[in-house]
Every structure is written in C-alpha cells, then in structure tokens.
Write a protein that binds this ligand. Structure first.
Ligand code: MEV
Length: 316
C-alpha cells in the first residue's frame, strides 16, 4: 500500500524571532510544500529527489537525512512498530530560505510513516513527533513552522499554547519575493537574542510590543484592513533590521516592492537571506507581481488561506 502525505511551507506575517521569546506570531501556510510517498519496508530507506538517498542498512547517516531519520524512528517507537518504511521525498520549497522546508519535510514524513503502517496519528501527535526532527535542525525552535505545516490556514501561535486558527472574512493575497540567499536559522536566532544580554528591558518591551502588534495584525487580516496590516509589517521589518537579521538584498527588494505599489513589506522567517512578504493593494497582486518580476525579482503570489497536512492512499 502506497501512502502520500503533503505538508505546506509557511510565511510568517508578524512576530518571527519574538515568538521564540514568548510573543504571539501570525503565520500562514503557502502553496509550496513537500510531498512524501511511503510504504512499509523491512529497513528505513529515504530517497530525496534533491539530496540523494540513505538506507539504515548502510550505517553512516548523511547530515541532511539525520533529522528525517530521527523523526521516523520517533514515529515508529511511538506507534510501537518493529517494521521500517521506504520514503520518497519531493519538495518544491527552497531550503534555508525561511519558508519552513525542514518542518514541512518532518510533518509529511511523520504523517506518511504512521499511515503506511496503518496507524492514524492526531494532529497534536504529528506536531510532537515532527518537533523531534526540528530540534535537531534548529536547536530550540518555537514550533511555529511545524504548527503551520500541520494545521494550515492562518494561525496565531504562542509557545506552549494550542494555535488559534484565524478565519478570514475575505481571501487576501500576499507577494512572496525570494533573494535566493541561504541562511542558517539557528545563527539568526542567536544573533537576534544578543540584544537580550545588552538591553534586557528594551528587549522585553519589544517582545511585549510584538505580541500587541501581532494581535492587531490578526484583527486587520480578518477585516481585510490592509492599511493597518501594511503599517505593522513595515514597522516589524525595521525592528528586525535593528536586531541585525535583515541584509541589504532584502532591504532592496522591500524598497522595490513598496515602489511597485505595495502597502507594506517585511522579511519573513529567520532573515539573513531568504524571502520577504509584501502586501499589495486589493486586486493589484498580479500587476505588482509582474512589475517585480520585470525587475528580475523572484516573485510569486500567495493566496490565503491554504490547507495543512493531508494524507491519502494511492488509488489502485
Ligand atoms: C523561523 O521560521 C522562525 C523563527 O522565529 C524561529 C522560530 O520560531 O523557531 C526565526
């Protein structure tokens, strides 16, 4: 029996980095993601369409496969299975670009592994098992990327709390513009945290502000109040830059997005490379996206909301 599981990548609309320190953050699933095909097998075999393959028979684990392998092992242990699985991983998410590629791999892997062995996991169980993999990749992640990949849609997330789904009154388009520059999330997380040592009071006030503005951003998103949402996004970008997690390439793309007619724009995810999101005026996403593409900027339209992890069986 062949099982397929698909999990989406994500954009963070507000609150990245601050979320690691206890702020709420607002994030959404995107229509790029990871597809995992799985079947029961005697060992564990992982084939990545991009990064080659690994078999548990062959001993040494290449670093790319280690988080995935540990997520599989944790899943097998949790469901009490002695058998293994063979997985084929296919992703159209760029890695190390702030779009939640490692989380989407982990979530689709866990869901596909359990299903291929006839076990149904709850969404909470998928989150917990995928976090095994994320801790290997990122150290101490907040868990926001995994929660978006599992629940999909638009979520308000705070460490230690169940994510709250945001129901939009109308569809909203964002633009996603990627620099093609790769980053390491854990390095950016530790850079961001430097200010905590030097200016602890300013730091905790900004975590409070992030929480406050994220709640406002969620309300603005629900009511399609683009002026408020765009204003909050612009402020977040400048604050994140002050923390050293933007780079000039991202600032330049943001400048172009605003010049092309967007109301707001900010980096999304860990920064240090990766992508920005920009908010076009209502009905203008295609026009503005084309203007940015003409400038040579890798731009796509993200239509919200989109679904979370999905598992299905191959029709025979
Ligand atoms: C990474 O997608 C988001 C960060 O806030 C890190 C985290 O939440 O674990 C930068």
């Amino acid at each position: 029996m062949k099982i397929f599981a698909r999990a989406p990548g994500k954009v963070i609309i507000t609150g990245e980095h601050f979320v690691v320190h206890g702020s709420l953050a607002l994030a959404a699933a995107i229509d790029k993601g990871v597809l995992v095909e799985a079947e029961a097998f005697e060992d564990i075999e992982i084939i990545s369409k991009t990064f080659g393959s690994f078999s548990s028979k062959n001993g040494k684990v290449p670093p790319f496969f280690e988080p995935t392998l540990e997520a599989i092992r944790a899943t097998l242990k949790f469901i009490g299975e002695k058998k293994g699985v063979k997985l084929i991983i296919d992703s159209n998410l760029p890695i190390s670009s702030g779009l939640g590629s490692s989380s989407a791999i982990a979530v689709a892997t866990v869901a596909a592994t359990a299903s291929a062995l006839n076990h149904k996991l709850s969404l909470e169980e998928i989150v917990d098992l995928a976090m095994v993999s994320e801790r290997i990749t990122h150290g101490k992640p907040s868990g926001i990327d995994v929660n978006v990949a599992v629940y999909g849609g638009v979520i308000l997330y705070k460490i230690g709390e169940k994510p709250k789904q945001i129901k939009l009154n109308e569809d909203i388009d964002f633009l996603l513009c990627c620099s093609g520059i790769k980053h390491r999330t854990f390095e950016m997380v530790s850079k961001f945290s430097e200010m905590k040592e030097s200016y602890p009071n300013l730091f905790s006030s900004l975590v409070f502000s992030s929480n406050y503005f994220t709640k406002m951003a969620a309300r603005a998103l629900i009511n399609k109040d683009l002026t408020t949402l765009g204003s909050i996004m612009n402020f977040f970008h400048i604050v994140l830059s002050r923390f050293g997690v933007s780079i000039k390439e991202l600032d330049n793309i943001i400048e172009k997005a605003l010049e092309a007619g967007c109301i707001g724009a900010k980096l999304t995810g860990a920064g240090g490379g990766g992508c920005i999101i920009a908010l076009p005026k209502s009905g203008e996403s295609s026009i503005v996206a084309n203007r940015l593409k003409k400038e040579g900027i890798d731009t796509s339209i993200v239509k919200l909301p989109l679904e979370g992890v999905k598992v299905w069986q191959e029709k025979s």
